[in-house]
Write a protein that binds this ligand. Structure first.
Ligand SMILES: [Zn+2]
Length: 71
C-alpha cells in the first residue's frame, strides 16, 4: 500500500463508479466495465494487493491505481 500524488499528469480519466484510474488507451473501465468516466479527479491510491484491508475499504477488486476523489 502506498499513496502517491505525483505522476498524475500521464493519467487521464477515472471511473465514477469504482474510482479505478484508467490508462490513456482504455475506452472503458477494465474493472467494472463502466464507461462513466471523469477527467476531474484527485489523489491516487495504489493497490498492490486486492485482498489487503485498504483495497477492501475502497472497494478495489483488482490491483491498480484508484482516485481518492472523483467528481
Ligand atoms: Zn469502474
Amino acid at each position: 500500500m502506498s499513496r502517491d500524488t505525483e505522476g498524475q499528469s500521464s493519467l487521464k480519466r477515472a471511473c465514477r463508479k469504482c474510482k479505478y484510474i484508467l490508462s490513456e488507451d482504455d475506452a472503458k473501465c477494465p474493472v467494472c466495465g463502466s464507461s462513466d468516466l471523469s477527467e476531474e479527479w484527485s489523489g491516487i491510491i495504489i493497490i498492490v494487493d486486492p485482498s489487503a484491508q485498504l483495497a477492501e475499504a475502497i472497494g478495489a477488486k483488482r490491483a491498480g491505481r484508484y482516485a481518492i476523489k472523483v467528481r
